[in-house]
Design a protein around this ligand. Structure first.
Ligand SMILES: C[S@@+](CC[C@H](N)C(=O)[O-])C[C@H]1O[C@@H](n2cnc3c(N)ncnc32)[C@H](O)[C@@H]1O
Length: 249
C-alpha cells in the first residue's frame, strides 16, 4: 500500500473517531473504569476504586498539574494532549500492579507520563522510559511539561523515532511491567510497537494503548496473543497471563 493511501485511510479513521467520541458517554465509561479493569487486573473493584479516590486526593499532583495545564492553554497549544481521565486509568493500573519498569512512546506535554510517574511516586519506586521524536511540543515548552518536579527523577526521555529507538531500548531496559503506546497511530506503526513490545512484557505485565477505537487492531492483537483486555474511554489495557512466558516464541 502506498504511503499516500495509508495517510488517506488514517485521515478517514481519525474523522470517524472524532464523530464516535461525540457519541461516547465518557461519564459512564469513567464510572465503569474499576469494573472493567477488575476483569483484567489481579485486583478487586473495591481496591481499584480505592486507587481512584487516592488519585482524587493527591493534592501535590493536582496543584502542579493544574498550573501547567493552564500554562499550556494560555499559550494556545493544547491540541493532542491526552485527557486526564485516560491518565487516571494508567494511574490505577500502575498502582494496582506496582509497576516498576515502564516504557512509553509519544510524550508531547506528558499527560500520561505525569500520571504513570505519580503512581510510581506513591508506589515508592519505578522508572518510566519515554520516547518521542527529536524536537519538542509546540509553544515555549519541553516534552513532559506536565510532569510534576517531584517525580521527574524517575523519568528518562529518549529522543528519536520509536522505530529506531525501541528495539535497542527494550533490549537494554529488560523485562517490562508496562508498555504504553501513544505515538504514531497509523496501523503499521501501532502494529510495529505492539509486536516489538509484546515479547518484552513480563508475565502479568500490561500492554496499554491510547486511541484504540481508531481501528480493530488492539482487539485483534490482544486476541491473537491470548491477552485479556478492556477499553476505558480511549485507552486499551491488556494483560499478559501469568502462565505465558515473556516471549511467546
Ligand atoms: C498524541 S501525542 C502524545 C500525547 C501524550 N502521550 C500525552 O499523554 O499527552 C503523540 C506524540 O507522538 C510523537 N510521535 C509521533 N510519531 C512518533 C514516532 N514515530 N516515534 C516517536 N514518537 C512519535 C509525537 O511527536 C507526539 O509528541
Amino acid at each position: 500500500m502506498t504511503s499516500t493511501l495509508r495517510d488517506a485511510i488514517y485521515a478517514l479513521r481519525t474523522a470517524r473517531l472524532g464523530l464516535e467520541r461525540r457519541r461516547l458517554d465518557y461519564g459512564a465509561e469513567t464510572r465503569e473504569r474499576a469494573e472493567r479493569l477488575a476483569a483484567v487486573l489481579p485486583a478487586s473493584v473495591a481496591e481499584l476504586r480505592g486507587y481512584e479516590r487516592e488519585y482524587d486526593d493527591l493534592e501535590w499532583f493536582h496543584d502542579s498539574y493544574a498550573d501547567r495545564v493552564a500554562e499550556i492553554h494560555d499559550a494556545g497549544v493544547a491540541t493532542d494532549t491526552t485527557h486526564w481521565r485516560d491518565g487516571v486509568t494508567l494511574y490505577v493500573v500502575c498502582r494496582a500492579l506496582e509497576v516498576e519498569t515502564a516504557v512509553e512512546t509519544g510524550v508531547l506535554f506528558g499527560s500520561f507520563d505525569a500520571h504513570v510517574l505519580a503512581a510510581m511516586a506513591e508506589n515508592g519506586g519505578g522508572t518510566l522510559h519515554a520516547v518521542d521524536l527529536p524536537g519538542g511540543p509546540p509553544g515555549p515548552f519541553e516534552y513532559g511539561h506536565l510532569i510534576p518536579d517531584r517525580c521527574r527523577d524517575r523519568w528518562r526521555l529518549h529522543r528519536g523515532d520509536a522505530r529506531e529507538v525501541l528495539p535497542e531500548l527494550l533490549e537494554r531496559v529488560g523485562p517490562l511491567d508496562l508498555f504504553l503506546h501513544d505515538s504514531d497511530h497509523r496501523l503499521p506503526h501501532m502494529r510495529f510497537e505492539y509486536e516489538t513490545a509484546r515479547p518484552r512484557l513480563e508475565p502479568g505485565g500490561v500492554l496499554a494503548s491510547h486511541d484504540v477505537r481508531l481501528s480493530g487492531l488492539f482487539d485483534r492483537f490482544t486476541d491473537a496473543n491470548g491477552l485479556q483486555s478492556c477499553v476505558v474511554c480511549d485507552t486499551g489495557i491488556a494483560r499478559v497471563p501469568l502462565g505465558l512466558s515473556a516471549d511467546p516464541d
